[in-house]
Structure formats: structure tokens, C-alpha cells
Design a protein around this ligand. Structure first.
Ligand SMILES: C[S@@+](CC[C@H](N)C(=O)[O-])C[C@H]1O[C@@H](n2cnc3c(N)ncnc32)[C@H](O)[C@@H]1O
Length: 317
């Protein structure tokens, strides 16, 4: 996640940059993947450290951010390739590029502040833009499509599962009632419907629509689908001593990262009592972060948006 002031992208602060670079242990001549390039903050850090002779492969499903990253990275070196793709296609991408195994893979998950703060992208309950939320604008379905076509039960399930929102049923019922009068097409319109469903619930520390918007964003972009499989597959492309570093911004994705990394490190992931545990316990990696790394107080003061970030890393044996 990145922080901005003024135009989206003007003041760009990558989250836990030093920590991510330390954990990746970037070295000159190495080959690294930034699977979520965004505006290229982490990519820039990697590119600077892998010269001379290194190669950075950068992926993002958002074409606009990639164009900005391209302009930024060009000023440092031409030792990079940027690809507009879903990182879930990484195995195909690496096979096509014939890079062989790589030294490190970084994932800085979720939405960028560029996306969040660009009103026309329709991610924010503060804007009155069209309800869109697509990271990849070549994708067909938008948040408005979900809100206007899912059944009440499906909507409630999405809001509960991806937003961990206790009022999911009430919110889904309010959405279905409103859309029977007219389609819900704008961010502010949805934010207002959700806020009304919260009435008489007393003071909220966050905007009442926060969790519903998070849920719709995750659903539209299928952010959690296949994440575990992706991490396992991508791990297979690391060289021995190669490292994978993941920064997650909410507990749902962090839980998947934690579980997958524990499994790769040969630890129990079934949570059964030890005598009943049937986990295969094949040790393929060394866990570098038994506990997640969190942003320093200095970073939080400079960039409060980093507050929910959790970094985990492992090294292939
Ligand atoms: C938190 S931002 C990354 C910010 C970046 N590290 C930087 O310093 O600018 C996450 C980025 O991941 C991209 N993204 C999310 N899911 C993706 C996926 N499945 N495939 C490719 N890119 C994805 C988003 O479009 C967004 O630009």
C-alpha cells in the first residue's frame, strides 16, 4: 500500500520498504520478481540493489500503475521487464521468459493508494464515482455488477466472509430493497445505504461502509481465490536460499500467508492436538518470521495507512 498527497502518486511511500529489501536480501546480478509492482516503490528499491547485471520482473494487473512504474524505473536502469498480468500467471510468465529459478519474490498485496485515491476508479466510499473497484480495468465485472446482481444471501455471504461484517444480513437486505427501486451505481449511494443500515448503532471508530467496501473489492478482484496455491507454486520457482516476502493488509490474506509458509517450513497447520496431527511436515523452507514484522512507530507516524501491514518471509532450503 502506498500513501499519497495531492494527485494520486505524487508522494509515494512504499510500506515497510527497508524491511522488505532486508528480507529479500537483494544482491547484484540477482533475478527478482515484484509480483505487485503498483507505482514501483519496492521495485525501485530492488532495482537499485541488483545492479549491475540484475533482472527485475515486475507484474501488475493495473495497466495505469504499470505505466507510471515504467517511467520511474527507467530512470534507474533498464534491467527490468514489466508485465500487465495477474500474478497468478507467474509460473507461465517465468517459463516464457526462461529465467530459470529466481532469487526472490515479493508480494505487496491488496489495493494501492493510487487506486484508492483515484476517484474515477470507484474504490472509495468518500467519492461519488461509479462503483467500479476493478484493479484490472480490462476485466468485465465491476462492484456495481455484484451489488445489483447477487442474491441477498450471496451478498450477505460476501460481506460477512470478506468484510468480517457482523451486520452483513442487514446490509444485504438494505441493498436489495434499494436496488428494487433503482440500480445502485455510485460509491456514495452505496455508502449511504450501508450507513443507514448502521443507524442507532452508536459511535463507530471507522466509516460504517469500510468493511462492506473491503468485501466487495476482494470479491470483484478475487483477491483471496487461489492465493495459497499461488504461494506454493511460486515457491517452487525460488533457487535454494531464494526468499519469498509477502506484505498483507488484512487478517484474511495474512492467515493464508501464515498457513502456507508454516506448511512449507514443515510445521503443523491443522491446529489439531499433537497426537492427532497428520500434517505431512515436509521441511522445504526456513521461516524467517515466526511472528509477522509490523511497521515501525516512525513509519506509522509518517504513513498511518501502513498500520495494518504484516510482513512474512521464508527462505527455500
Ligand atoms: C499495495 S499495491 C503495491 C504497491 C507497490 N509495492 C509500490 O511500492 O508501489 C498492490 C498492487 O498489486 C496489484 N495487484 C493486486 N492483485 C494482483 C494480482 N492478482 N495480480 C497482479 N497484480 C495485482 C494492484 O493492482 C496494486 O497495484
Amino acid at each position: 500500500m502506498t500513501n499519497h498527497a495531492g494527485n494520486p502518486g505524487d508522494a509515494h511511500i512504499p510500506v515497510m520498504l527497508e524491511e522488505a529489501l532486508d528480507h529479500l536480501r537483494c544482491k547484484p546480478g540477482g533475478t527478482y520478481v515484484d509480483a505487485t509492482v503498483g507505482l514501483g516503490g519496492h521495485s525501485q528499491g530492488i532495482l537499485e540493489k541488483i545492479q549491475p547485471g540484475g533482472l527485475l520482473i515486475g507484474i501488475d494487473r493495473d495497466k495505469e500503475t504499470l505505466e507510471r512504474a515504467q517511467a520511474r524505473l527507467k530512470q534507474i536502469s533498464n534491467g527490468f521487464r514489466l508485465l500487465h498480468d495477474n500474478y497468478k500467471n507467474l509460473p507461465l510468465i517465468l517459463n516464457n521468459l526462461a529465467t530459470g529459478p529466481v532469487d526472490g519474490i515479493l508480494l505487496d498485496l491488496g489495493v494501492s493508494s493510487y487506486q484508492l485515491l483515484s476517484p474515477e476508479r470507484g474504490f472509495s466510499f468518500h467519492s461519488d464515482a461509479m462503483l467500479d473497484m476493478r484493479m484490472d480495468r480490462t476485466q468485465q465485472w465491476t462492484a456495481a455488477d455484484l451489488v445489483n446482481t447477487l442474491s441477498e444471501t450471496e451478498l450477505a455471504d460476501v460481506i460477512y466472509r470478506y468484510g468480517e461484517e457482523r451486520l452483513s444480513r442487514r446490509i444485504a437486505a438494505a441493498i436489495v430493497l434499494e436496488r428494487s427501486k433503482a440500480p445502485i451505481t455510485r460509491c456514495a449511494q452505496l455508502a449511504e445505504i450501508v450507513s443507514r443500515a448502521f443507524k442507532a448503532r452508536g459511535h463507530q471508530s471507522i466509516h460504517p461502509a469500510t468493511r462492506t467496501f473491503q468485501a466487495l473489492r476482494i470479491a470483484v478482484n478475487e483477491e483471496l481465490e487461489g492465493l495459497e496455491e499461488f504461494l506454493s507454486e511460486a515457491f517452487g520457482f525460488l533457487k535454494p536460499q531464494g526468499r519469498m516476502v509477502v506484505i498483507a493488509f488484512h487478517s484474511l490474506e495474512d492467515r493464508i500467508v501464515k498457513k502456507t509458509f508454516r506448511r512449507l517450513a514443515g510445521q503443523c497447520v491443522c491446529e489439531a492436538p499433537p497426537e492427532l496431527c497428520r500434517c505431512p511436515r515436509q521441511v522445504l523452507a526456513c521461516l524467517l518470521t515466526p511472528r509477522p514484522v509490523t511497521p515501525s512507530p516512525e513509519e506509522l507516524a509518517a504513513n498511518p495507512r501502513a498500520r495494518s501491514a504484516r510482513l512474512r518471509s521464508l527462505e527455500r532450503i
